[in-house]
Design a protein around this ligand. Structure first.
Ligand code: NAP
Length: 304
């Protein structure tokens, strides 16, 4: 059994996903390893150039398309202005490369419509039309890297509410993204986290959470008999907060460890609160090109 999260359109999404950014070989081989390990959710995108590889990974693992929850994301248009037909062609391109209708289509960032001369609300309306006319039959639609102001623009006009907003989300950006989380809660939009492992793989020292994650990893490993490291604790923190965790690895042992988090108990309220409290003492972001424009980072040190 895997943890799942209910979305506002009545569907469910597996709480742990494996992202296939990073090239074709990784998308196929590590993607197959992820599926074999029991991860039933693959996150792809037009810009990764790995939509074709999704089905190859699934089949290499001996599974069928319907066994796996699949996401893709619409990226940029090389023209301005764009029309409804351009959006249809972009989505159709993804359907052709994937070879099936995915479970979830996201707008990769809020500047994609505006750089192409279309408002966010109008773009969303054209995406809704593709659900309504059956092009995206059974497919959920959502957002990525949307700031509070962008989300407001969508919900003002939406007939179909976005189901998720996929954003950089881990304890070291928690202070910054709180307004995003608040508006998502208000509108029933689930937070989908990427870069969830930033505190372990990118922070120069590991920051103030390092000893806490290490201690919790030891405790959970002892309790469960499953090998859990600091990255596994961050995955558990993410999903236990009700967020979807889209993470990744090209390493089969790490992939198996990620999948094994499904066999470990939920973090307690106190364990989650300690990670929240200590994480919010610092601010350390990996991806700032979208989320920080007109939504500045908090004035916090990057280490403590
Ligand atoms: N919507 C967006 O704009 C957006 C942006 C970025 C990413 N994403 C999605 O999110 C996915 C994950 O992105 P991300 O790479 O930023 O996320 P991440 O989950 O923070 O990091 C993944 C990295 O962590 C390393 N790692 C895995 N397990 C580890 C462990 N136990 N200890 C230490 N390091 C470990 C992996 O390296 P190894 O391969 O060496 O194990 C991999 O490079 C992407 O594939 C993509 O699908 C979306």
């Amino acid at each position: 059994m895997v943890r799942t999260i209910k979305l506002n359109d009545g569907t469910s999404i597996p709480a742990l996903g494996w992202g296939n950014m990073g090239g074709s070989a990784k998308a196929i081989n590590a993607g197959a390893a992820a599926v074999k390990a029991g991860i039933v959710h693959i996150d792809s995108a037009q810009i990764y150039g790995t939509e074709r590889e999704v089905i190859q990974a699934i089949e290499k693992a001996g599974h069928k398309r319907d066994d796996i929850y699949v996401t893709t994301k619409i990226f940029s248009f090389n023209k301005n202005p764009i029309s409804a037909d351009d959006i249809r062609a972009s989505v159709q391109g993804s359907l052709d490369r994937l070879g099936f209708v995915p479970n979830l289509v996201l707008i990769h960032n809020p500047f994609i419509p505006t750089k192409a001369g279309m408002s966010l609300g109008e773009f969303w309306g054209h995406l809704e039309a593709l659900v309504e006319d059956g092009t995206l039959k059974g497919c959920s639609i959502g957002l990525s890297n949307f700031r509070p102001v962008d989300i407001e623009e969508i919900v003002k006009v939406a007939k179909i509410k976005p189901v998720v907003n996929q954003i950089e989300c881990h304890p070291y950006v928690l202070a910054h993204i709180q307004p995003v989380l608040d508006i998502q809660t208000k509108h029933g939009i689930v937070t989908q986290s990427y870069a969830a492992l930033t505190p372990v793989h990118s922070h120069p020292t590991g920051g103030p959470l390092k000893p806490i994650l290490t201690k919790l990893a030891e405790k959970l490993s002892k309790e469960s008999g499953v090998e859990i490291d600091a990255a596994g604790v961050l995955i558990l923190w993410t999903v236990c907060k009700g967020f979807v965790c889209v993470t990744s690895s090209g390493n089969e042992e790490r992939i198996r460890n990620m999948a094994a988090t499904e066999k470990v108990r939920d973090l307690t309220k106190e364990e989650i609160e300690e990670i929240d409290r200590v994480g919010q003492k610092v601010h350390f972001r990996q991806w700032d090109e979208h989320m920080t424009t007109d939504f500045p980072d908090p004035k916090l040190p990057s280490d403590a």
